[in-house]
Design a protein around this ligand. Structure first.
Ligand code: SF4
Ligand code: SF4
Length: 95
């Protein structure tokens, strides 16, 4: 059990991320986030805290993404466009 990340630990501690210049994540319709998605689950299921609600919109800090690929399934409105970063970019795990 010693190798599991504890919930209070920052997962970025175990990774090196080489971000591409363009985001591999986008929100399809910010209006859905604002008007229909009351609990905004993306802001708490993402283990790397990529999403936050600020200025009446979901902000996407894509450079923090550790590519767990939870977000396309976790958004109740299918409102997140996600694909792997361009080859040679993205996350490298150090564990
Ligand atoms: S879970 Fe989906 S619809 Fe809800 S705030 Fe996040 S991106 Fe928007
Ligand atoms: S793939 Fe995982 S780490 Fe990246 S934004 Fe989605 S939930 Fe967060």
């Amino acid at each position: 059990m010693g190798n599991f990340i504890k919930s209070e630990e920052n997962p970025l501690k175990y990774t090196v991320i080489k971000p591409y210049k363009e985001s591999h994540i986008s929100i399809r319709d910010q209006g859905i986030c604002a008007s229909r998605c009351e609990n905004k689950p993306c802001t708490y299921y993402c283990p790397s805290r990529v999403y936050c609600w600020s200025d009446n919109a979901i902000q996407v800090d894509y450079m923090r993404c550790i590519e767990c690929k939870a977000c396309p399934f976790g958004c109740p409105y299918g409102n997140i466009e996600w694909h792997y970063p361009k080859a040679g970019y993205g996350v490298i795990y150090k564990i």
